[in-house]
Ligand binder design. Sequence first.
Ligand code: ADP
Ligand code: MG
Length: 384
Amino acid sequence: MTLTPEMLTEEFHRRFGQRPEGIWAAPGRVNVIGEHTDYNDGFVLPFAIDRATLVAASVREDSTVRVSSTFSDGDVVVAELDGLAAGDVEGWAAYPVGVLWALREAGHPVRGMDLLIDSQVPVGAGLSSSAAIECAVAVAANELFAVGLAGPDLALIGQRAENEMVGAPTGLMDQSASLLGKKGHAVFLDCRSRETELVPLPLQDEGLALLVIDTRVSHAHATGGYAARRRACEVGADVMGVPALRDLSEADLEEASGLLDDETFRRVRHVVTENTRVQEAVELLRAEGPRAIAPLLDSSHVSMRDDFEISCPELDLAVDSSRGAGALGARMTGGGFGGSAIALTQIEDIERVGAAVLEAFAEAGFTEPVIFAVSPADGAARFS
Ligand code: ADP
Ligand code: MG
């Protein structure tokens, strides 16, 4: 849903019987390049998108959390922070409650809150609606309880909530982008050192847009496939005698090809070349601008399709049909076996590319994809 601040305030009053102390916003994110590099201690390059999750919030005197979402008509989930343990909260409320729990676990003076969430970030489209919730709640609590944490620390809080309260073994990329993003920039994150740098990504100034093509499919083997890829990466690093694949360079690939079975070798080659592509993308963005990274998107897709083998017919068609209609570069994004692709497109070609993709999907008999443009926006902040 997308409520105005006035409507959200009114709805908060309807559900909780008082006015909120304020409204905070945190965006979703899209990853420009750097796929399956995060859990290999590598590099990623996401940006905060111009679609956010709003949370209207007020603090309570007790340690009760009441959360509600405009997802539903008026259901309120109630949780008690005192005595709460990892994994205690189920369903969507684990994201917001998990953040308050993680802040308390880290020793911060957080009490209960009333929270109403309203999100413009589509769920499960690869845009991290989950991190948007976590980061909106994190900035709200950070301010209302005068916690005083900076963005990178709040990102760790959000990650802990997702890892331990939700139980999803995710990295730090989503929260880093949502909290540290800046209009016209991407966030270059080193997943080992956790250092971040803003890199100029002036899409609009250069007449460009990034299209998200949400295939709306998720193949049955997505979860198992993801776990198998993580295992292959661990095996590869073990055999090569390094802590993580991040520690290999393209010069090591020849040796790797002699030591690893063909499948594991190709998994390793994807991660190693993808890390190189992220670093190249950062250099190209600084030296030449966003148009220059288009070929890297293409080679990232080929690497995921052929070496990491996590694409699927819908994702390949999204990439091929958008490229065929004039997109400058395109690739699948996210865990694989479904989800979204992204296509770097000239603004004047958006309609044509979108129409071509829709037509190709219809012809193939696939579910109609959802296509929309995203642009790099500011990270989480107070909204009103
Ligand atoms: P994504 O890629 O969108 O982050 P996840 O599976 O990580 O996908 O997170 C999606 C989950 O986040 C949903 O299943 C739901 O639990 C929660 N969520 C997202 N948006 C909302 C919302 N507006 N209200 C309540 N819960 C939400
Ligand atoms: Mg998520």
